[in-house]
Unconditional design. Structure first.
Length: 279
């Protein structure tokens, strides 16, 4: 029996552990009079989860109490289960990421009411507690938002894909091969984000995240997944640069398609020249 099969059997109960942990957190938070509302984000809210999905829990608190909640965010998370470790780097930030011994992870956010505004990023999220109707209308308004590709997004995409192509080359020539591989991964991710823009879909993943790009939950077409598969490579310099070269046709195609979608100049020859400088 292989590693993945063995551990899938072991991890089959993760969803149950996650449900228990979420219910415990809700019971604790809703008993606090300083908590105004709670909503669920991420794949759990959008019903696109698997055994390994984490809990994105957003709690809206009284403004004058927010600093206190942030200060005590680790202690609060430790009420909900047996903690293995916390990974937040900033003790003054509004979020704590907590890993529990049942292998469930919780991202706990603390907001003041005025911070929550209608946004495409709130589309499809789920209200868990809102006795004073603080958040429900905002999430409802957000659910009506339609993603529209902007010229600024395409220009940002162009700058980044060109920059990481050059950075990959620099890293290879310096023999900084781990850095080169990291830059190559960002190039792959930017192409994926370009595919989402081409489909007129909001890519609701943090910059550089591969969440739901690969695996059973992927929304990419077979041809796109096949390209990603072809762009896997080893860590040697030649392998990395051969992969960069193989990605160029799709980068050029996306530059043309995305530029047309937002009615800006593709500058195809200049774009190609900049790419060619790196290989």
């Amino acid at each position: 029996m292989g590693f993945v099969t063995r551990h899938m059997e072991r991890d089959a109960s993760l969803s149950k552990h996650r449900e228990v942990l979420l219910n415990t957190a809700l019971k604790d938070l809703t008993a606090d009079s300083n908590v105004l509302a709670i909503y669920l984000g991420g794949s759990l809210a959008k019903k696109d989860f698997d055994n390994y999905s984490d809990i994105d829990l957003h709690t809206i608190v009284k403004p004058e109490k927010r600093a206190e909640f942030i200060e005590n965010k680790r202690n609060r998370a430790e009420r909900w289960g047996s903690v293995l470790f916390h990974e937040d780097a900033n003790p003054y930030g509004p979020v704590v990421v907590t890993h529990y011994d049942c292998f469930v992870k919780v991202d706990s956010w603390y907001h003041a009411p005025e911070e929550i505004m209608p946004s495409i990023w709130l589309k499809g999220l789920k209200v868990l507690h809102d006795p004073s109707s603080i958040i429900s209308a905002i999430l409802k308004e957000s659910s009506d938002f339609t993603y529209k590709l902007l010229a600024e997004e395409v220009e940002f995409w162009k700058g980044k894909i060109l920059a990481f192509t050059h950075e990959t080359y620099r890293a290879v020539m310096r023999r900084e091969l781990y850095h080169a591989a990291s830059n190559l991964d960002k190039m792959r991710w930017l192409i994926v984000s370009g595919w989402y823009m081409e489909m007129d879909e909001h890519f609701d993943a943090p910059y550089g995240s591969w969440s739901k790009v690969e695996g059973k939950r992927s929304r990419l077409a077979k041809e796109q997944l096949s390209l990603l598969g072809n762009w896997r490579c080893g860590g040697e310099a030649d392998s990395i640069m051969e992969t960069v070269v193989s990605m160029v046709p799709e980068i050029l195609r996306l530059n043309q398609v995305l530029s047309e979608k937002v009615d800006i100049e593709a500058n195809e020859e200049q774009f190609k020249k900049i790419l060619e400088f790196s290989y």
